[in-house]
Design a protein around this ligand. Structure first.
Ligand SMILES: [Zn+2]
Length: 319
């Protein structure tokens, strides 16, 4: 594990993590018993240590434990997210989505999954092989995605894929807001689209969150990998050298968009580095856009480019 993490730019001692892992697992079981059971099932089926699976899917949160002690390089989990309005069939709809940027190694482990729960909830999601969910939509049209933020304060509670999966099991805004009240491991950004044609933009730390509601016709909300809320800015680090540029460029470019095609063009933009297009064959640790996703929650529609979005290989997935 140590060698791979060095390649990602961090000297990390796994013993440090394993020292607190029992506490993380106890809190996970208490706060998110269903997600705990799912991960335990993965552990039982694969023979992988449960704590290592939690690390594999939540390492961006777990790395934040060391921010006070270690200077870190880019952690390869950088995404560019947006919420805006598009014209579809002569009506205006909120659309939200992101470029999902990972390192070349992680790109090999990505997959699409559909999950059906015993209460009848069905979710469609993008994730990694060992993951819960990272980005997805449920059959009610509630859609969620995320971008990594680095929070200076952490606590051994739930990692971000647990938050995402709990949001995807929500049936209403009220359910989603209850999920945001849970204690988290560290900070993340989430955009959440609703079938009632609005969306929420949510910045979180481990124990706080700020919610903004986006309604049809408003200026685009964009978010990358630094805190933007005035009251949370001092809680985080901006470790990404390209985060502010990607955020402002995406915001400006989205001001002139009207259609889904306009938006797919922006997601493939190279001038401002929105499409991360690394040569991962020779540099597997480099950041690259592995998938791009656009949700139209009101229409329960998902557009996916399962590669660099500049290649323009978008497909429509409908719930
Ligand atoms: Zn590209």
């Amino acid at each position: 594990m140590n060698i791979e993490l060095r390649e990602l730019g961090l000297i990390f001692e796994s013993a440090k993590y394993h020292a607190i892992a029992p506490k993380i697992l106890i809190n996970l079981q208490r706060v998110a018993p269903e997600e705990f059971e799912e991960l335990k099932g993965l552990s039982d089926a694969t023979g992988c240590d449960l704590a290592d699976i939690v690390f594999a899917i939540g390492y961006t949160d777990i790395f934040d434990m060391y921010l006070d002690n270690d200077i870190r390089d880019e952690y390869n989990q950088e995404c560019s997210c947006f919420i805006t309005t598009a014209s579809i069939d002569k009506s205006s709809y909120i659309v939200c989505g992101q470029n999902w940027d990972v390192d070349g190694k992680t790109k090999d482990n990505l997959c699409f999954i559909t999950k059906e729960y015993s209460d009848g909830t069905i979710i469609f999601a993008l994730t990694t092989i060992m993951g819960l969910t990272h980005i997805g939509m449920n059959q009610f049209g509630i859609a969620v995605g995320t971008a990594n933020l680095s929070c200076r304060h952490t606590q051994p509670f739930i990692i971000f894929p647990v938050v995402v999966q709990k949001i995807l099991r929500a049936k209403s805004k009220g359910d989603v807001l209850k999920v945001l009240d849970l204690q988290r491991f560290s900070g993340h950004y989430y955009y959440i689209g609703f079938p009632e044609n609005y969306a929420l933009s949510v910045e979180t730390t481990d124990h706080e969150h700020r919610v903004r509601q986006y309604n049809v016709g408003m200026h685009a909300y964009t978010h990358t990998n630094h805190y933007k809320e005035e009251t949370l800015k001092h809680k985080g680090y901006n470790y990404s050298p390209s985060s502010t540029q990607r955020d402002s460029a995406m915001g400006q470019l989205l001001e002139n968009t009207h259609t889904i095609e306009d938006i797919t063009g922006i997601m493939g933009n190279h001038e401002y580095g929105l499409c991360r297009h690394a040569d991962i064959m020779s540099m597997p640790q480099a950041t690259t856009t592995c998938s791009s996703v656009i949700f139209v929650p009101t229409k329960k529609k998902i557009y996916i480019a399962n590669d660099n979005p500049c290649k323009n290989n978008w497909v429509i997935m409908k719930e």
